[in-house]
Design a binder for this molecule. Structure first.
Ligand SMILES: Cc1ncc(COP(=O)(O)O)c(C=O)c1O
Length: 405
């Protein structure tokens, strides 16, 4: 069967594939611990649920404008004022089927085939494939100093005549690193000088620890919104634990937002009205859930870091935010895909191979689940990897016996 070049170039999302694997193993009755997930486990806010139910009860569930309903746009405008200190208009806002779709239509609106978009590595798994879907090229910029904190020169040296955009995700999936104000200021300034688009993927911007405050790229530009090439992307998935609602948004100049809306209009039309109402409900409703999620995640992070520090051979970088930790397991195995498969096969612990994020030898470990899963998951990993472990491990009444060295 013949498939298009694009179809042949794109692989399945490794994180979604892992979720499917976890579900299959659970169905078989295996005591799986999923440390590879990308979604908080708290309930969606009541205000979101009620808004969706009220909308459903009207029985009038219709198409919406391709760029979103006025009520949601209004809530996004307020959010932008509060967290980004910018007054924007409805024409500067598009609501999409998740932040993922906002990023995708932004790339489609600004990239021509063969053009390049740069992002620091490690990077979110979808960026390279999204660029490929535009016929464009994703260029990873691994910080030269071996940290997870890029410096301007890491980006600068990859810019060429084909570069059209930079995408920054801070705090970062998978490393949890939150880039400094100085770096964000430098990158805003640099992109303006080079006339590049700057997409800020801020999906985790409020899930940050140790007293840190969200950063707004708009604070570092003197340009008006209509003259700025900054595109801010955000959404309800992570901060409101609403991953399945599939609502995200982008804020940018009128022209780029109109182009994105035109593309989205042909792709999917506007997102479901029920889910837009739910997102507006979350944004307009009681906000305490975001802070309580943040506190839970900070506590989970501390527990995970404690567990990993007692794991000799593993090098850990303490995440500043998100719910991921990207730990260096290369002392045990340099091939992260092999290591991840080994851990699933031997002790039923799911982690995401670092290779998927552009850095082999690492595993991404999520701490958005329960403390019990974090502790038991790391204990199982230690048992599997430490050659001095006892020969047997009990998981409930199931006995595992080491048949490897
Ligand atoms: C860095 C990053 N950006 C964007 C997204 C997409 O979020 P959404 O669920 O709103 O599509 C994710 C989801 O995992 C992510 O990790």
């Amino acid at each position: 069967m013949s498939l298009s070049q694009i179809a042949r170039a794109i692989k399945a999302s490794p994180t979604l594939a892992l979720n499917e694997k976890a579900a299959i193993l659970r169905e078989k009755g295996d005591p799986v611990i999923h440390l590879g997930g990308g979604e908080p486990k708290s309930r969606a806010p009541m205000d979101a649920l009620l808004a969706a139910v009220n909308s459903l009860n009207t029985g009038e569930v219709r198409y919406t404008p391709a760029d979103g309903i006025p009520e949601l746009k209004k809530a996004i405008i307020r959010y932008t004022e509060e967290f980004y200190h910018r007054k924007v208009n409805p024409e500067n806002v598009i609501a999409s089927g998740g932040a993922k779709q906002s990023i995708m239509v932004a790339m489609q609106a600004i990239l021509n085939p063969q053009e390049e978009i740069i992002f620091p590595a490690p990077y979110w798994v979808s960026y390279p494939d999204m660029a490929k879907l535009c016929g464009a090229i994703g260029v990873a910029a691994l910080p030269e100093d071996g940290t997870f904190y890029p410096r301007l020169k890491d980006i600068e040296q990859r810019v060429g005549s084909y570069t059209r955009a930079v995408i920054i995700n801070s705090p970062n999936n998978p490393s949890g690193a939150m880039y400094s104000e100085e770096f964000i200021s430098d990158i805003v300034d640099f992109c303006e000088k080079k006339d590049l688009y700057l997409i800020m993927d801020d999906i985790y911007h409020r899930l940050i620890f140790d007293g840190k405050k969200p950063i707004s790229a708009y604070d570092y530009t003197k340009k008006s919104i209509e003259n700025s090439k900054i595109i801010i992307v955000n959404g309800v998935s992570k901060q409101y634990a609403m991953t399945g609602f599939r609502i995200g948004w982008a804020v940018g100049n009128k022209k780029v937002i109109e182009a994105m809306s035109n593309i989205q209009g042909h792709q999917t039309s506007g997102p479901s009205v029920l889910l837009q109402k739910a997102a507006a409900g979350a944004l307009n409703g009681i906000q305490s859930g975001v802070e309580s999620l943040r506190v839970t995640l900070e506590n989970n992070r501390n527990v995970l870091i404690g567990q990993l520090r007692s794991f000799s051979g593993v090098k850990v970088h303490v995440p500043d935010g998100t719910f991921y930790c990207f730990a260096d397991f290369s002392a045990y195995e340099k091939d992260s895909q092999k290591l991840s498969s080994f851990l699933i096969d031997k002790v039923m612990v799911l982690t995401v191979p670092g290779k998927e994020f552009g850095l082999d030898g690492y595993l991404r470990i999520s701490y958005c689940g329960t403390i019990k899963d974090i502790i038991e998951g790391i204990e199982r990993m230690k048992w599997a990897l430490d050659p001095n472990s006892p020969n047997e491990l009990y998981i409930g009444d199931r006995k595992l016996v080491r048949d490897w060295s």
